[in-house]
Design a protein around this ligand. Structure first.
Ligand code: GDP
Length: 441
């Protein structure tokens, strides 16, 4: 889970605070000292941390807080609200007020621009926009090829003029093309460099002047920590950016950039990249992120993910089967696959409220279990999947052999499946009782 280290530490601090019935000014001071260390360790900008702690401490040591019935909870709420404020308050979405609307992606080489331009194009086309990707990085011929192949895979239109025209001319020609063919949005994948340099900035400035983009989004790599913030400040000074896209917030990223960037540059984070795949894109919501960091979960993002990835008709069908106890191993595997489509187990669990992030480490190992379960079910015959009661000793042995697992694994899965069916039966009758009481709707 992103920002796991910080999340764990803050949850530790607040668990102690909540235990205390009454808080003294000293307790708050002590807790804030720990929060400060946790933020610095997560690579949050020093000045940002200083100001944050000062604000929280002032708000938390007021008598109305300390004398309230739940001082610990109140302090946590103050921290949550301040974290949200720090990260930009509310996500304002993209400003797409011209037609066609050009979006310019800028950033250093390797930050994830090309990947992000395809992710964004895909997302916007899912919102029924006609999107044109524009290959404006003429210095790395491989960049055009990469964009071309990703665009083709995702069935997004691409505009390119090879490497013999200037980036400004390419973008201008792309605007004409978009007008002619009715594209709503253009995404310019511009060139990067290893470091910020004047020539690059001049070129990007020329594109900006010539096309008046609705959004100039800076793509930065979250793994570079404080450097990401410096790069953002540099681009903002020279170019004026309208927002930031933070990539590589998956894995072990300490993630401090997510917390510092808005405060340092004034530019809000609009999206985050959480993996190499095209679907690993999330809209950045400061409020939800603050809740996630403090272990309060992010149910809204979870629901959105489920809506995007889970086929509603299939879900309904499954529900009916569960109610009527016709649920088979075939359905089970289908359900597993739907869950997997939502993202890694790790990412999904991170959004569930009340699951302390420490527990996630143990749970994420279960990804291997999912693979095992799938292999076992796939080794069953059609008949066995529908009617598991016929799976006797010799069948169990065969299934274990076929799936590269042990007989105990097969036994465990069969047992779990039986338990699940029993539980569904109970749910089914519970629901019936309830709907009878409510007058049967
Ligand atoms: P560009 O030079 O800025 O266009 O960067 P690319 O789009 O080519 O990305 C550089 C590398 O980062 C590629 O290997 C991508 O697969 C990888 N990458 C991009 N976004 C993410 C992300 O959100 N998470 C992870 N783990 N890798 C990413």
């Amino acid at each position: 889970m992103m920002l796991q280290g910080l999340s764990e530490k803050l949850q530790g601090v607040f668990a102690n605070l909540k235990k205390k019935g009454k808080l003294s000014e000293k307790d708050v001071k002590e807790a804030m000292r720990e929060v400060r260390v946790a933020l610095l360790e997560a690579d949050v900008n020093f000045q940002v941390v200083k100001k944050f702690i000062k604000t929280v401490r002032e708000k938390s040591t007021g008598q109305e807080i300390l004398n309230s019935l739940t001082p610990g909870q109140q302090v946590i709420k103050i921290v949550r609200d301040e974290l949200q404020e720090l990260m930009g308050g509310q996500n304002e979405g993209l400003n797409l007020n011209t037609h066609p609307a050009p979006i310019m992606l800028v950033g250093l080489q390797g930050a994830g621009k090309t990947t992000m331009s395809v992710k964004l194009a895909k997302k916007l086309s899912q919102d029924n926009k006609k999107v044109l990707l524009v290959a404006a990085d003429i210095y790395r011929p491989a960049a055009i090829k990469q964009l071309e192949s990703m665009a083709e895979q995702q069935e997004i239109d691409l505009f390119q003029l090879g490497t013999n025209n200037s980036p400004v001319d390419i973008c201008k020609a792309a605007m004409e093309h978009a007008k002619k063919y009715g594209h709503d949005i253009l995404i310019f994948d511009t060139a990067g460099r290893l470091h910020v340099d004047d020539k690059l900035m001049d070129e990007l400035d020329d594109i900006q002047q010539a096309t008046s983009p609705c959004e100039t989004l800076l793509v930065v790599d979250a793994m570079t920590g404080q450097d990401a913030v410096n790069v953002a400040q540099n681009f903002n000074d020279k170019l004026g950016i309208s927002g930031v896209v933070l990539t590589k917030l998956d894995g072990d990223t300490r993630g401090g950039a997510a917390i510092s960037i808005k405060a340092v540059t004034g530019a809000p984070i609009k999206y985050i990249g959480t993996g190499e795949k095209v679907e690993n894109l999330e809209v950045f919501h400061p409020d939800r992120m603050a809740s996630r960091i403090l272990g309060m979960g992010d149910v809204l993002s979870l629901i959105e993910k489920a809506e995007q990835s889970i086929d509603a008709d299939k879900a309904k069908e499954l529900q009916e089967k569960m109610k009527n106890q016709q649920f088979t191993f075939d359905d089970f595997i289908e359900q597993l696959q739907q869950i997997k489509k939502m993202g890694s187990l790790d990412q999904i669990l991170g959004m569930i409220p009340g699951l302390p992030s420490k527990k996630l480490k143990g749970l994420s190992a279960d990804e291997g279990d999912l693979v095992k379960i799938e292999a076992i079910i796939k080794s069953m015959t059609k008949e066995e999947r529908v009617n598991p009661s016929i799976i006797n000793g010799s069948r169990r042995k065969r299934i274990a052999l076929g799936s590269g697992t042990k007989v105990q694994d097969v036994n465990r899965l069969l047992k779990q499946f039986e338990q699940m069916k029993k539980m569904m039966k109970q749910f089914g009758s519970m629901e019936k009782n309830l709907s009878n009481k409510k007058g049967g709707f």
